[in-house]
Every structure is written in structure tokens, then in C-alpha cells.
Design a protein around this ligand. Sequence first.
Ligand code: NAD
Length: 320
Amino acid sequence: MSGRAYRRALVTGGAGFVGSHLCRRLLGAGAEVVCLDNLATGSRSNLAGLRAESGFRFVRGDATDPAAWRALPGRFDLVLHFACPASPADYLRLPLETLAVGSDGTRHALERARRDDARFVLASTSEVYGDPLEHPQTETYWGNVNPVGPRSVYDESKRFAEALVTAHRGVRGTDAAIVRIFNTYGPRMRAGDGRAVPTFIAQALDGAPLTVAGDGSQTRSLCYVDDTVDGVLALAASDEPGPVNVGGGEEITMLGLARRIVDLTGSASRIRFVERPADDPTRRRPDTRLARERLGWQPRVGWSEGLERTIDWFTRSAAA
Ligand code: NAD
């Protein structure tokens, strides 16, 4: 760990769920922050309160568009490339855009980081492991991805982006790193984005049935967004190239998650089983030894506490 501090950061995708938390945290640490976002899946409301801050600037633009990059003023010492549709509903609606932001978008972001001599971090994903045949997943596992399946636009976009980062680092010496983020949840997820936590919470708060895919025995390891942000920033502050897994250590079945949310909300909702999407991974749990040993990172927020905070946010947003 080198413990570097940054003065001027660029967050692509900063108007999205994870990106908006990153922007806030960086501003809180005293950095100036520029957010480049085309609002494809993010929103201005995620930046509420930030836009009035003198150290923050929102630039509406597409990370795949060279003109958007040229229009970004000044020099950055940190580039966090988080722009990309991330929920299955979004990337299935935006398949070509998802591939473009992983390829062209990552290339532009790397070139800017190289030009500015900035540290660069790519938001990659546990989806690079596909439907994993090894469990838990270590960073040395190559994955089990269907390159022409419905999820491939996202999985292969991120796998290509990882290859691009690795090549840039090798050929151009760009100070670039890869973080593989596992399922993250928390405030500012969209109720309709199709991901399990916001979907179940919204259904429970509405008294509607919680729609569990398949028999609900498939697992995920959930990580509260504050922990994910800690992991990303620990990697940014280090000299590590990654890839480094950042994710929750506790595996939970989707049925168990739905039941927990029904309990925590005190909802009368029932569970309804629906068809499971093609290529939906069966098991997911990160091996986070590398993050612990190299970055001193481990998740701190247990999922009961994290879910309570998230439910509280959804309840308050619905009332606002
Ligand atoms: P999100 O959809 O809330 O945020 C993505 C943001 O990127 C949005 O604000 C969107 O408008 C913006 N964007 C998309 N395409 C763009 C483009 N071409 N140019 C500029 N902006 C663009 O998703 P999220 O959950 O916050 O995910 C953020 C990043 O973290 C993504 O790269 C995602 O792959 C990665 N990630 C997230 C998770 C998770 O559980 N949330 C897990 C693994 C990886």
C-alpha cells in the first residue's frame, strides 16, 4: 500500500449508483471531482447536493465520444472508469452501448490517464467469471463465460476492458488497475433496475409478491456500497495493478434474501417463483484474500445492517 492521496479525480459513470457514492467520498476527502456521465442509466438526482459544491463538476457526455474527452478541462491525477450499464435489464436494453463503453470508452479513459499521468482504475466485475466452475472465485480463475449468450455483451465488454488495461499497462506504462466488483447494493439503486435487492425491497414495500428467479437456490455474495467504495479507493491509493476482487464474504441464496427482506420490512408480501434468466450464475462468492493482504481491505457492514440502511433509504425516497 502506498497511501497516495488525490487532488483531482475524474469519475466516469459518476451519476450512477456506485459512481455517485465514489464522487461523494472523494469530495469528502478533499479532492476536486469531475463526473462524466451520459445519463444512460444514471440520473441527476443521484448527484443531489453535490452540484452545489464548488469542488464538483458534472459534465454530460458519452465516454465513447472523443469530443467529450477533449471537452474535459485540466489535468486529473485519478481516473475511475465506472461508466457502463450494469444491471441485466439495462445492458440487455443497451447491448451495443455496453460493448462500446467497455471498448472505446475504456480506451479513451486509459489514454486520458496516460496523458495526464494519472492513476487509473477500471470497474470490472465478478461477471468476468461467468457461471463459475470454481468456488469461491479467486483472481486467477479465468471464468466460464458464454461469448454469445444474452449476458455476453456485459461480460465480454468487461473482459475486453481488462485486456485493454493490461495491454496499456504493459505497452504504455499506464498506471492502471482493475477491480472486480461483486454484487453491491445500497442507497441510490433504482427500484426498477432489475437487480435483486432493489426489486425485492420495492416489491416488499408495495406489498407485491417478491419475484424469485428459478427455485431461488442460486447464491450471491452481497457487499454494501460503502465497503465497495472503500475497496475501490484502497486499490486506487495503492500501487497494485489487480485484478483484485472486492465483494461480500457472506453467500446468500436469492430465496433467503427475499425472505430476509420480507422480515426486515415487516411486509405481508409472498414469494412468487418466476422463470430463471438464461446463463444466470448459480453460485457467486469472492475469494478476497488478495484485497485483505495487499490493500488491508475487508467488508465491514453485515448484510442485515446494510439491508436495513437500504430499506430505510427506499422508504424515505418513496415518501419524498
Ligand atoms: P449504474 O447503471 O447505476 O451506473 C453506471 C453509470 O454509467 C450511469 O450513471 C450511466 O448513465 C453511466 N454510463 C453508461 N454508459 C455511459 C457512457 N457511454 N458514457 C458516460 N456514462 C455512461 O451502475 P452501477 O451499479 O453504479 O455500476 C457502476 C460500475 O460498476 C459499472 O462499470 C459496473 O459494471 C461496475 N460494477 C457494478 C456492480 C454492482 O453490483 N453495482 C458490480 C460489478 C461491477
